[in-house]
Design a protein around this ligand. Sequence first.
Ligand SMILES: Nc1ncnc2c1ncn2[C@@H]1O[C@H](COP(=O)(O)OP(=O)(O)OP(=O)(O)O)[C@@H](O)[C@H]1O
Length: 885
Amino acid sequence: MPEATGIVGEFLSLREEADADLLAMQCGDFYEFFAEDAELVAEELDLKVSQKSSHGSSYPMAGVPVDDLTPYLKALVERGYRVAVADQYDTDDGGHAREVVRVVTPGTLLETSDADAQYLAAVVAGEGYGLAFADVTTGRFLVADAEDRGEALTELYRFSPVEILPGPEVRTDDDLLSELDGTLTPHETEAFAPKRAAHAVGEQFGRETVDRLDVSREAIAAAGAVLAYVEETGAGVLASMTRIGAHHGDDHVTLDATTQRNLELTETMHGESEGSLFSTIDHTETSAGGRLLKEWLCRPRRSPALLEERLACVEGLSTAAMAREELRDRLGEAYDLERLASRATHGSADARDLVAVRETLAVLPAVADVVSSTPDLADSPLPDRLEEPDREAAGALCRELEEAIAEDPPSTVTQGELLRRGYDPDLDEVIERHEAVQAWFDGLAEREKRRHGLSHVTVDRNTTDGYYVQVGKSAADGVPEEYDEIKTLKNSKRFTTDELEEKERELLGLEEQRGELEYDLFAELRDRVGERAELLQDVGRTLAEVDVLAGLATHAAENRWIRPDLHAGEGLSIQAGRHPVVEGTTEFVPNDVALDDDRRFLIVTGPNMSGKSTYMRQVACIVLLAQIGSFVPAREAEIGLVDGIFTRVGALDELAGGRSTFMVEMSELSNILHSATEDSLVILDEVGRGTATYDGISIAWAATEYLHNEVGAKTLFATHYHELTGLADHLPRVGNVHVAAEEREGEVTFLRTIREGPTDRSYGIHVADLAGVPGPVVSRSREVLDRLRDEKAIEARGGGDDEPVQTVFDVGSGSFRGPANADGGERPAESRSSPESSDGGESTKGLDPDAKRVLEDLEGIDVAETAPVELLSKVSEWQRTLEDR
Ligand SMILES: Nc1ncnc2c1ncn2[C@@H]1O[C@H](COP(=O)(O)OP(=O)(O)OP(=O)(O)O)[C@@H](O)[C@H]1O
């Protein structure tokens, strides 16, 4: 194929240079995709493909209008493509050329409509792991250190980045990469070079700030790589990243990825947001508030001072119901300031965005007024919190915007009507002249009617004819001479005049002048707003915090939640606690929990479906809620602050991930045993269930001993292995509780009440019945269970009709004893299986016939009844048999 020239040639060469999957190139009023890109985009976005010829060849072409690019870009990026955008510019010789100005990727997409945070992350491995997270839509920038891969994954899960830049060593770490969810972008290795990265971070945030952060080289390398990437992709938002924060694990409660999932913090186990803890307690009015609440839930805190401050705010807000509602009304008028700040910095904010900035800045003093005039709030830490942003600067910026931006500006920024009168004298003059000419046009029809005695005269404009005077057919013959006919319609004629044309030129000139002048003034104003990104982020953050606190107070007030007593001690005492999500869906039976120095490990037994999991999760959720600064669903709660919450609950199949259910269960257990400390809360639900019963019990047993003796964490362990309840007699700090159920005339009622001591009934068959297992299976299960309880033995049914019973399983020895008599009794011992029989015994499996015979002989001997000499001769006989083999 001959080499393409012209526009297609330009496209193909830019395409080759661009580090992207697709290129959108501006050609006048359209962004065009050519060749393979056109076909791909057309298929993904349902666009029409046309053909463009170049140099004798024809190329597929698909395009979108310039003003419509954003939604298309968004859709492509959300499908995982990296899209380069080439803009057109005028060349000196009067022609056009294009250059790539931006590569839009999942982590640098500014135009997101999703309220969630959108993090771009980098991970660097070295002595430990260094991580950096940036949200280009809000300017948030954080760095964190992680000791090992597990910790790094925990942080990554917490921030849930949409795009991840793996550092050079991480790129080959398949174990880590396979656990990551976002788009992986292997960015150039040099960006991770420690010196270059440290320089970039110092330049962006100030060298002193970086020193103060006290994070590893790896974290700085990750931060440098993120900055380089944001700059190279041309998102143009570096200026909104004014502050770097260090995320120190020590300040936060450790919540590993599994626990965040198990406690269904932001989505349920089935991936739905409805039914999650977040969706239950979220009463925020703003998207920034919702985002912050999610952040709090995934990052509970350990600082008592901070938590008490939040709790005091929630308390004030929950008491002052009227003021709270007023505050929430005010907050409802706020927009997402952090995001607006990024758009202003980037230069993509329009006049309506600046109106939104102004309106939101005005919410702060309104909120402050409500707070200061309400005693319950004025005495809380809220007023101090509201003083944190520079209120004076915020007020000044608000006034400046008020004076500048028109009341209801258009969404385009190039066609004027953005700014108010009095904002700029030059603009006022142009506007006056423009309006004078406009007024001339507005009065023209009336004037012409009067002047020439015409009826049916209108004046209008369209793109082909420009301005014209339209006269009804009946009056058209009477028009004066200077009228030039330009078009005949069915019922009328259109005319122009020299004067009209001159005025039109004047009007168009003024329109253009006004548009350009307004745009320049607007762009300057927008830049000034962009320079105040830090201020806007402060105000946005403060409003978001008030929103979260007011939302928590609303939930507390509506659901009778109470303020927990936090302390640094070991204990955990909750009276009449409820599960925060389940209490909203059912008549909930409240329950207590009491753990202290002497009793730190509870074994929770109880029937299937009785509520063991709910009880344990309820305890974990209450502790977690207390450590975000929320009230909790209980009558009373005294909570010793924890440093981590670890859970291992019902396994979700991870077969797709290549790991068996049991493997997942064990690696989660392993993580808990390694990571939990005596200040942690551990929730174990049925550990060991995924393997053979005796293996399972042994693992559960040993894990209990280890947690009790070595780790000392506060632990709740639900199990169906009733054997474990015996541990309470041997380990001093282990206690037993059970969920009560009542059985009357074969009917089981779940009471949902936690009682002291163990239980050994599972009522599993009752649950099987409830679940619709066929009747014969349920009744046979009951029979089997009764026999097992009474006789510790049960016959297996099957085979032909004449011999329905074949073998008997002895629960005591754990093996089949041989065929039962027709009357259900056992056969005499001498008729026990021969070596060849199918039940030759688990113990002799894999042995040769001689060895088997020896073993069976040995088994058959009754030592008490056999003379020593006879025994000796037997032993030497066996030896001979074995030697001869
Ligand atoms: N305190 C309570 N009050 C009212 N309903 C409850 C309570 N606790 C649990 N439930 C309800 O009981 C059902 C079973 O609870 P859960 O799953 O916790 O039982 P479980 O004992 O862990 O069961 P299994 O041993 O079979 O896993 C759930 O539907 C839950 O909504």
